[in-house]
Design a protein. Structure first.
Length: 129
């Protein structure tokens, strides 16, 4: 678009009117939103203990992994390479039942994802977040 065309379009003093029913539909939407109840706040007081336990578990897992890598399994000599350290880590995880813990975590994740999928498909399109 050239400058004279742009100047001609912008210089028009005509009043721009919305299409019929536009203002009424906007006001109806505003009133509907004003009448809607406020969203339910997240219960942080109830979730805080679980978050603290999860954080402490993560920190202890990191610390125990570092100790295991640097010092090895108790009763064994100090590992001299990363291969020996990973072998001792695998042996310790077998003793703790890490495979069952992993299976439980994967099943929990899959069930949450499946529930979220079903919940999102049933919600009307205009209410999705």
């Amino acid at each position: 678009m050239r400058d004279p065309d742009l100047d001609r379009i912008l210089s028009k003093e005509e009043e721009i009117l919305p299409s019929s029913g536009f203002a009424a539909s906007v006001m109806e939407a505003v009133q509907r939103e004003a009448a809607a109840p406020p969203p339910i706040p997240f219960p942080w007081k109830r979730a805080l203990p679980g978050l603290c336990v999860a954080g402490l578990t993560l920190v202890s897992l990191i610390i125990s992994s570092i100790v295991l890598i640097t010092h090895g399994v108790p009763g064994q000599s100090i590992p001299r390479s990363w291969l020996a350290a990973s072998a001792s880590f695998v042996a310790a995880s077998r003793n703790l039942g890490a495979a069952w813990i992993l299976v439980a975590l994967l099943l929990s994740f899959a069930s949450v994802q499946l529930a979220m999928h079903f919940a999102s498909n049933r919600m009307p399109r205009y209410q999705r977040i």
